[in-house]
Design a binder for this molecule. Structure first.
Ligand code: SF4
Length: 281
């Protein structure tokens, strides 16, 4: 018997977890198991980094809403102060003027729904849209790694599927969409990822087939990953008997550290359907 709830909402985070490790998907999203292990060592440093990343996202959101921070009156700790200065001095270039911060979009895909919460969508209606994702990781991920992430696939795909209301009620064409990863530690080196119809078609096949695959699994269909490196930064490693010690910040696998920082800032459970502001039926 398949175990996935009929109303399960797929996100880039859950699809990435399944692709990285099916057991991790099961523990996090089906069993909703909170496990107390820290993702990386030193724990204090990792948690501080995650907390400052969350603060940066809140500040960027509120700044777009024109809630200004009197940073002279309230000095920020490092590295938040540097990130905030970079945000003002080296923001993503050439963004359209209409800004939608913290936008959530959703669309049906197969028997389930796909949902994404964007840091920022900037639109020039009828012409183009730019998805901006703020990244505060210490390392700058490689372009190929970002291209392969489910975040890149899901965000661009879903904006075509569910973004018409941001574009004068006309669906955006893939070629009108660009995704920009902006790095608070590397403001001079954002990653710009344009989209096209070929990528869109490939994303639809990949996302649909993966959702159908997961939906067809029973309880025994979620094996542990064979790639032990993925366990180094996973909070479930003691549960899985994959070691008690966390990986170290600054370790060789920079991308894994960056991914865990991103994951740590996301909620344990899937989206509450009531939080989905815009739904394409
Ligand atoms: S510890 Fe390893 S096997 Fe267990 S859930 Fe995490 S990544 Fe998967």
């Amino acid at each position: 018997m398949p175990t996935l709830p009929f109303d399960f909402l797929f996100s880039q985070g859950s699809l990435q977890d399944y692709a990285d490790c099916p057991r991790r998907f099961q523990l996090r999203y089906l069993l909703e198991l909170a496990w107390p292990a820290v993702a990386a060592e030193p724990a204090d440093e990792f948690e501080a980094r995650v907390a400052q990343g969350e603060a940066f996202h809140r500040m960027a959101h509120q700044q777009v809403l024109d809630i200004r921070y009197a940073t002279d009156a309230l000095p920020l700790p490092e590295p938040l102060a540097t990130w905030w200065a970079n945000y003002f001095n080296r923001p993503p270039a050439n963004l359209p003027a209409v800004r939608h911060p913290e936008m959530t979009l959703s669309a049906p895909l197969g028997e389930h729904r796909l949902v994404a919460k964007y840091d920022l969508i900037a639109v020039d209606p009828g012409r183009r849209a730019v998805i901006v994702d703020w990244k505060t990781s210490e390392k700058r991920p490689k372009a190929a790694w970002l291209v392969a992430r489910f975040q890149t696939r899901v965000y661009r795909y879903l904006l075509v599927r569910a973004g018409a209301h941001l574009n004068g009620d006309a669906a955006l064409r893939p070629e009108q969409i660009t995704m920009v990863y902006w790095f608070a530690n590397f403001p001079e080196d954002p990653e710009r990822l344009p989209y096209d119809a070929t990528q869109y078609a490939a994303d639809e096949v990949r996302l649909s087939s993966l959702i159908a695959e997961i939906a067809g699994l029973d309880d025994d269909g979620f094996p542990l990953t064979g790639d032990l490196k993925r366990c180094l930064f996973c909070p479930y490693r003691s549960l899985c008997n994959r070691g008690a010690e966390a990986g170290e910040l600054g370790a060789e696998d920079e991308d894994a550290v960056a991914a865990e920082e991103m994951r740590a800032a996301e909620p344990l459970t899937e989206f509450d359907f009531e939080q989905v502001a815009e739904v394409a039926f």
